[in-house]
Design a protein. Sequence first.
Length: 283
Amino acid sequence: MTDSNNSTGDPSSSPDPTDLLASLDRITALLAGGRVGLFLDIDGTLAPIQEDPFTVAITPAVRDAIATLARLMTVVAISGRSVQSSYAIVGVDGITYVGDHGSQWLRDGVERFLPEAEPFVAEARRIAEAGQAALGHITGVIVEEKGTSVSLHYRATADRAAALRAIDDFIRDTPGVERFVRIEGKLIIDLRPAIDVDKGTALASLVSSEGMANVLVLGDDTTDIDAFVALRRLREAGQVGGLAIAVRSEGTKQGVLDAADYTLASVEAVEEFLTWLVAQTGV
């Protein structure tokens, strides 16, 4: 969390992060400090979470802001989605797409999996097919194959507790799932490869390769904590400055807020912030 009087965004013992829109001078200082990296989660950050994840969309204003900012800083759409899905939603060229919680990358039109993640592609496909067979009869359960991981959505079910029990049974009884790590999000269970790859490792890699001086990272869910923690470690080591910003929405866990320096109250507030950020660039 952040002391609102600290322009570097260092953590403090404040009980809850300050709303970023009340502390925009902190951002102004960062913009003047060298190359900036802007890391943006998608669901619950750039766009409202939907019962059907395939209906998620961002507003034209958000898309325009991202396209403008991409000419001035390194913009990264970093998501649990596949990079193809992320690109379909954001639709901006000239930015980096990091999908599948860090395992999958799309840059300059070139798509790749990290080498350590590639062995999990076929296994994730097999688990997704088994999940569809085992859970497809439950109305509202969506099995999403993402490349090296599988997401089991149950937001749209009539009885979420029963759906979660069925998902638990599937995970327990399916061979090969033990090679994956179970991550609980907002009415979603992610099965991710048991490798040291996440949003935090992706952020650290890009900070280094792009020579970023300051980083802004926005996210709303438990997997975004990895990026928040990675930024804090780099900041404490003196390798980069920046701020971790938690976006509040339905189901945002306290742990996400605890790991952040500032908050934004909603997806709409994110749009307001990005629009303000464009204005600060003078473009």
